[in-house]
Design a protein around this ligand. Structure first.
Ligand SMILES: [Zn+2]
Length: 498
């Protein structure tokens, strides 16, 4: 029933089949009864639909507010217990890991594997949208390939041996061997070969996916920065000539720069080694950070920069302009490879050139660490006790904090709720991006602290001044550190720009 595997460590895993197997065997009646407990409104809606038979009314009900108290968040994690849990496993910790654990954004499952909690999933889905957009602008088409990769393909490319312990290997009940895909050069090239010859008219062909990848890290560490299970965007490109393939390579690198620009992250594109992927040219996209595990050399005079592994250790001058080289550290968030015909010649992925000849495809492959970008951006943008996300991918954009129940300012709560409703109505694109922290048994200060743990770009507080004639609300711009007192109208204007 289960596909079992052995990792490098003695721990054993069952692939998550149990949940699916259980859910298919549940009959609808049981499911509905369960839903009725979990989602009373939804089941009301179902009976309403059954009665009226005219489509669902659920979403037309009175405007609902997004209440923080209803979110699945473990905000009561205590710092020491979280950190000791991780360090017991021998994992090193860093700022992004600590902040993500403290905010209840991730929850440890086994070494190098985390549950992604709802806020993290929201951020990740937004990040994938940003990536999708840039990949599709350059003609990328999204596919989705199996995680179980046949050993046959990996043996053909020679990587079954080459990757040794990094591959998570397993066998099915028939004794067929597989690995859990860390990357898909073999699979995609075999797919292309199986489709018969491509025509030059279809080129360049750019295929990509965003899926879970696996690597048996000897020492998983730094939370989502170096796990054993992670999300990656991987793109594979096919061209008829080396010249065309290099043009495509430049196109994808440019799209990567756009992605990081859109996120407001300073990126370094450095020359890099090709490693086990192979090919003849490679670049890494690095976010400069103290905890970065890559040593980089950067010219102080021109654009040249390279991973230390690319240059002689005693080299202190730029190979391009002889300027001085300085050392810095980076987190690798993307990696591009010009592969040539390394894989296409093995798997017989051929195409018809414009001269009517048959030729092996000239390929490139391009990775972006999706979950690693989430953690790395937190690493470089956050302070020691407050998470900052690139605004574009913050899980929610605005948090409203009404006064504490029973306090002198309590009457301000209704004004703040009215402000919440105005924003939801006047700024439709923010309707699902705003949260009301209704835990009014807590002080404003305590909830503001929690807001810092979650990283809303804006926090709006209904304090004393909300009760004045001018009714001013306190607006914190978390990214600039600015605090403003604004009227309802001014806040709607401000948030319209978000
Ligand atoms: Zn230089």
């Amino acid at each position: 029933m289960f596909l079992r595997m052995r990792a490098g460590s003695p721990a054993e895993f069952g692939l998550g089949l149990e949940k699916e197997a259980a859910s298919v065997s549940i009959d609808m009646g049981v499911l509905l009864r369960r839903w009725r407990i979990l989602f009373p409104d939804l089941t009301n809606c179902i009976s309403l639909c059954q009665k009226q038979q005219q489509g669902c009314r659920f979403y037309h009900e009175k405007q609902k507010r997004m209440l923080l108290s209803q979110h699945f968040l473990s905000m009561n994690l205590r710092e020491d217990s979280v950190i000791s849990q991780e360090s017991k496993r021998g994992e090193m910790t860093c700022k992004s890991q600590r902040l993500m654990l403290l905010g209840g954004l991730i929850c440890p499952a086994s070494p190098g594997c985390y549950h992604y909690m709802p806020y993290t999933v929201r951020a990740m889905e937004k990040l994938i949208k940003v990536i999708d957009r840039e990949m599709q602008i350059i003609g990328g088409q999204k596919v989705n390939m199996p995680t179980l990769c046949s050993a046959k393909l990996w043996k053909a490319s020679g990587r079954w041996e080459l990757m040794s312990k990094e591959l998570l290997r397993l066998a099915d009940r028939h004794g067929q061997e597989y690995c859990l895909g860390p990357t898909h050069e073999e699979a995609i090239t075999d797919l292309i070969a199986s489709q018969g010859c491509l025509s030059y008219r279809q080129l360049p062909l750019l295929l990509y996916q965003v899926t879970r990848k696996f690597r048996d890290e000897p020492k998983p560490r730094f939370g989502l920065l170096r796990g054993r299970e992670f999300y990656m965007k991987d793109m594979y490109t096919f061209d008829a000539s080396e010249e065309a393939a290099l043009h495509t390579y430049a196109l994808v690198c440019n799209a990567y720069c756009n992605i990081f620009n859109n996120l407001g992250l300073r990126i370094m594109k450095v020359q890099a080694a090709t490693g086990s992927i192979g090919g003849t040219m490679s670049h890494e996209f690095q976010l400069p950070a103290d905890i970065g595990e890559d040593q980089l050399m950067m010219c102080t005079n021109c654009d040249f920069s390279a991973n230390m592994e690319m240059i002689n250790s005693d080299q202190r001058h730029c190979p391009v302009c002889k300027g001085k080289l300085v050392e810095t550290k980076g987190i690798e968030v993307g990696h591009t490879f010009f592969l040539g015909t390394k894989y296409s010649s093995v798997f017989n992925a051929t195409l018809h050139t414009s001269q009517g000849k048959l030729a092996p495809a000239e390929m490139g492959c391009y990775g972006l660490g999706v979950t690693r970008i989430l953690a790395a951006s937190i690493e470089v943008l956050s302070t020691e006790d407050a998470i900052r996300w690139p605004s574009l991918i913050a899980p929610y954009q605005v948090c409203f904090i009404p006064p504490k129940r029973g306090s002198k300012e309590e009457k301000g709560a209704a004004l703040l709720e009215a402000l919440y409703d105005s924003v939801a109505e006047a700024v439709p694109h923010l309707k699902d991006e705003i949260v009301l922290d209704d835990r009014t048994h807590l002080t404003i200060g305590k909830r503001l602290k929690d807001a810092n743990k979650l990283g809303y770009p804006y926090v709006i507080i209904g304090g004393k001044k909300a009760l004045d004639d001018h009714s001013l609300f306190e607006v914190w711009n978390q990214n600039t550190g600015e605090t403003l007192f604004l009227t309802r109208e001014a806040i709607v204007d401000l948030l319209s720009e978000v």
